[in-house]
Design a protein around this ligand. Structure first.
Ligand code: URA
Ligand code: ZN
Length: 393
């Protein structure tokens, strides 16, 4: 009997205890804050949440705390920190293997002198988790992006030797000036040479001004604008900048897994291509380079975290091998522990997971070979999850 293709979650996060301690000690975003009488601390990550946080703190000081559902940020439950909880979540959703990553904003805000040692300790923590649960976990490592370049390069060399490490998670900020910053290129080159996949994930969204005052400062629209629209645009812009800078051509071994099905890249690639072809200034150089479609077919993988078969169809069409016709670049993810259910037990099934799994079945047919490839087969192959996790040191 043929063995079942495993289900693999390539987009699943955790915060280790030392990271939470840092968040608890901070006065600026990202912050973790406890409020009297509220069972879980709040984790506040987005810049739109700063004003509502100040307001909630002022109200708490007056003994007039808003209802828990109106507090800024989100409850920092054990889903963010506990391995046992992660395994329970995986078992509940029939996920065989998770490729763990630190959640945003990673080490982007950490003092440059502490970033290297914190990265080493976070990466050692993820390594230990994988080792304790053989076959269940792999991980994307964290880079100390605020540290000097030499420290970042050393971290890349170190994590490349860790047996369960399959790449790195990276924000769109790079070293602070975005990924097309020339100072990023040696780092991207080192990742490409080490064959470490970059899991590119958004955090910063778009400037608050695009949301208007009701969207940016009052908390009235919750997280909808920054998460549903800001995050995907951020990813789209970051990859387009890398493409326009010619980085994919200069680094043909560079491989990226784009969060949230590439933001809006699959939908907008045609428009990007057309704008390049109609820009007299750019076209001369761009004509000798590969197109955005080539990059999507050769250097980019997408997760399937898009919550609808409509968006997933765009991701499928954009990545389907131009030559092979194979659906080999799309991989299931959950974004756990974000988006827990509001009205059902958090220990049970999460609607955010079933929305993504159902989108795969609807788009590709329940039980089809292509659905199985997206749900896990592609991740096993691309991330070498059946390869012996022997120490490469
Ligand atoms: N998903 C994430 O990974 N991070 C967020 O901040 C929100 C959703
Ligand atoms: Zn995520």
């Amino acid at each position: 009997m043929a063995s079942k293709t495993p289900v693999v979650d390539v987009h699943t996060h955790m915060y280790p205890p030392e990271y939470i301690k840092i968040l608890e000690s901070r006065d600026a975003i990202p912050i973790a804050r406890s409020f009297p009488g509220v069972p879980d601390p709040r984790i506040v990550l987005l810049s739109t949440e700063m004003a509502p946080l100040k307001e909630a703190e002022a109200r708490a000081a007056r003994g007039d705390l808003p209802p828990t559902s109106a507090l800024p940020g989100r409850p920092l439950t054990s889903h963010y920190t506990s391995v046992a909880q992660k395994i329970h979540f995986m078992d509940t959703h029939d996920i065989d293997i998770s490729v763990l990553s630190l959640a945003n904003p990673w080490l982007d805000f950490v003092d440059k002198d502490q970033a290297g040692s914190l990265a080493a300790s976070v990466n050692a923590g993820f390594s230990a988790m994988c080792k304790e649960h053989p076959g269940r976990f792999f991980f994307f490592a964290t880079l100390p992006v605020t540290a000097p370049t030499g420290v970042i390069l050393q971290t890349i060399a170190d994590v490349a030797k860790l047996p369960y490490c399959r790449g790195v998670i990276l924000g769109t900020g790079g070293l602070g000036q975005g990924l097309d910053d020339l100072a990023m290129e040696p780092i991207l080159a080192a990742l490409a040479e080490a064959e470490l996949l970059i899991f590119l994930h958004p955090h910063y969204g778009l400037p608050g001004s695009v949301w208007g005052s009701r969207g940016d400062t009052t908390g009235e629209y919750g997280h909808v604008l920054p998460l549903a629209l800001g995050f995907p645009m951020e990813t789209t812009i970051a990859v387009t900048r890398l493409f326009l800078a010619g980085v994919f051509d200069r680094l043909p071994k560079l491989r990226m897994l784009l969060a949230h099905s590439g933001g809006t890249l699959p939908f907008l690639a045609g428009r990007i291509d057309s704008c390049v072809r109609h820009d007299a200034h750019l076209w001369k150089a761009a004509k000798s380079r590969r197109s955005i479609w080539d990059v999507l077919h050769e250097q980019v993988y997408l997760d399937a975290v898009v919550y609808s078969d409509v968006g997933l169809q765009a991701a499928i069409s954009a990545t389907k091998g131009a030559k092979t016709g194979g659906l080999d670049r799309l991989m299931f993810g959950t974004d756990h522990p974000f988006f827990p259910p509001l009205e059902t037990d958090e220990q049970g099934e999460w609607e955010s997971v079933s929305m993504n799994a159902d989108a795969v079945s609807t788009a590709l047919g329940s039980g089809s070979a292509e659905a199985a490839a997206v749900m896990g087969g592609n991740a096993v192959r691309v991330l070498r999850l059946y390869e012996e996790a022997s120490d490469k040191a």
